[in-house]
Design a protein around this ligand. Structure first.
Ligand code: ADE
Length: 228
């Protein structure tokens, strides 16, 4: 998979992709991530990429020309499965979308900033707007980092124990069961006996029960319309 990200703040995206599973996946050649500075596509002598909105409201708007030039440049190089704009107005991101996107070949992400982008870019070039939740971030970079992280870990070969991603919370509309490690007793709190029993059938049954119980208690909305 190849991921191109267009941003006005490339520095903000350096760290999230330089550690842990995402970095390992890049090193293994499972994914390529390229971060591009929108200012490099500005023809303004001061490299400006924003301007005041028509109509006189407060804040600044990302200008149409540099975004148009950047997206068209990348589109001329390859086909993108999706051209994403990160915005609080977008479709709420979830595990189902992450699963679907993890099979994509090429993804282009435009990080929103300031008051937003000129509406004409959204109509002309964006194929999907994604929000990571009902709150407003300073910019779309952290949202892009969240989206990329959640997709990359699902690409086969990314996580060494391939079954691990399948037992994540949300994978079957269920929260994950609780996990424990050594010591088996801490301050009088004991690890459930079944986990020490070595009986894998019983362990699996216990984990499913725990998942169901936790989901019913903490996120009953996930079980709406699900038959067990
Ligand atoms: N930009 C600002 N807030 C955002 C959000 N909640 N999701 C995606 N992009 C954003």
């Amino acid at each position: 998979m190849r991921i191109d990200i267009i941003t006005v703040l490339p520095e903000l995206l350096e760290s999230p992709f330089n550690h842990s599973i995402v970095k390992r996946s890049v090193d293994k050649g499972i994914v390529e991530i390229f971060i591009h500075n929108l200012r490099d596509f500005s023809e303004d002598k001061h490299k400006r990429v924003d301007d005041a909105p028509f109509g006189g409201s407060a804040g600044m708007v990302m200008k149409i020309e540099p975004v148009h030039k950047a997206i068209n440049f990348f589109k001329s190089q390859r086909n993108y499965d999706e051209i994403i704009y990160t915005s609080p107005d977008g479709e709420k991101f979830n595990q189902k979308t992450a699963n679907r996107m993890s099979s994509f070949q090429n993804i282009l992400i435009l990080c929103g900033h300031y008051k937003g982008i000129d509406q004409r870019i959204r109509e002309l070039l964006i194929t999907k707007e994604i929000s990571i939740g009902d709150y407003v971030l300073t910019g779309g970079e952290l949202a892009a980092a969240v989206i990329v992280d959640s997709i990359v870990r699902l690409i086969p070969g990314s996580i060494s124990d391939e079954t691990s991603a399948l037992t994540d919370s949300f994978q079957d509309n269920l929260l994950a069961s609780p996990v424990y490690t050594r010591p088996s007793e801490f301050m009088g709190m004991k690890v459930p006996d079944v986990l020490l029993s070595g009986n894998f059938k019983e362990i699996e049954k216990w984990e499913l029960e725990q998942s169901l119980e936790r989901t019913k208690k903490l996120r009953p909305d996930l079980l709406d319309g699900v038959d067990f």
